[in-house]
Design a protein around this ligand. Sequence first.
Ligand code: ADP
Length: 448
Amino acid sequence: MNTRQLFRHSRIRLAFWYASVMAFILSLMSMGVYHSLVESKWWAMKQEMESIAGTLHDSLEPMLPTSGNPTQVLKVIFPELCLVNQPCNNNPSMIQRHTTGIGDRTTYYLRLFDHHQNLLAFSPHQPSQLSSRLESSSWQIVNLPNGDRYLQFSIMLHSGNSHSHDNSSWGYLQVGRSLRVFDNEVKQIQLILLIGFPIALTLVIISGWGLSGVAMQPIYQSYKQQQQFTANVAHELKTPLASLLATVEAVNRVENNRQNTRTLLNTIERQGRRLSNLITDLLLLTSLEQNSSQKQFQPCCLNDLINDLTEEFLELAVSKNIDLTCDVCSTPIHTLGNESELYRLVANLIANAIQYTPNGGKVYISLNTDQKKAIIQVQDTGIGIPDDQQHRIFERFYRVNCDRARKTGGTGLGLAIASAIAKKHQASLTVESIIGKGSSFKLGMVII
Ligand code: ADP
């Protein structure tokens, strides 16, 4: 599987898992919303029916007869209700008056039963297929063969003249309503969820794909950098090794002349050292990147560090006829850090300044303070670095001019190491350069 395929597969998997988790959360949420909406509507409907039944119950009870045939009395109390086995009149009903203010007045119907649970009277618009016997439970859902559903609530009635301790019932009052409106509303909610869920899921899949692409981007970049790094290491190791092998072959071929042997051995030694330096730099860079702990930091005197380094590089500068000057402020400046690492950082800047400055040029090193920061500056009058490459010189193995820099013997890791050390010390390392005029590297560190 090549890199592109590998990353495409990972992206698909990431998007798939993202979409699955989101689909699960979405379905849980829709189920919750659906349930609570339906439940609240159902509860409100029951509350309304209970309140209608309660109001009717309170107004009816005092008027109910204690004994005898109730038919005549009921005719007087409920002229708008139809009595069983009697012709029906369709005047505005009592139930309609009591349900004033409720959206649909014809939604409700009323039925009266005697204490043997037989139907006595009913609203004229009650559904025709209802049973004339009362069920024992107070709440009932009636499903009619034509598909209509009704909810009924029954409440016991006592006659108005019975004594308060007399528990015998006069009969039952039943309030019912059609569930058509409720069922339609539930269907509407279901429809909204049914249409909304796939739309939401599609949006989740699209955004999941986009987001997984964004998430993969830094991993892809880092993977590409690693690949580039491996290729660079292989390339860097190949050159001195090839040279070593060629030299050894030459030693075997040439006649054993002492001078020749010495020259060839010198080449072997030089290439061996280059290999060794390269491996040491690689190990240092790896350890710097892996261990960013500041535990072993100690106070370091930057004045001493710069003076020591100037002294060390003076000989090299003189040999190249370069004017190396140093300006260190008189007050001691201390910073918290690893002295040998800081030494390595500044040494690399000075070595580069000397290396990339032609004979007769100048290198100027200074140490100053700026607010609470120590500023170490290494300035040269060398070849300079093109604008578009200044940000790349801190990359591993990056050389502005490959062939020329390799000839000078640098590993191409110097500034990458310097940048890693600066990062570990939370210091800033910047470069300003004008091609043909020179470069200036600035290191800013917190003073203690
Ligand atoms: P090298 O071992 O090649 O010197 P570095 O990481 O130290 O590697 O530097 C990277 C590149 O940055 C060099 O190859 C060189 O082209 C450029 N460079 C660094 N310092 C300077 C400088 N003072 N003047 C001009 N170019 C520089």
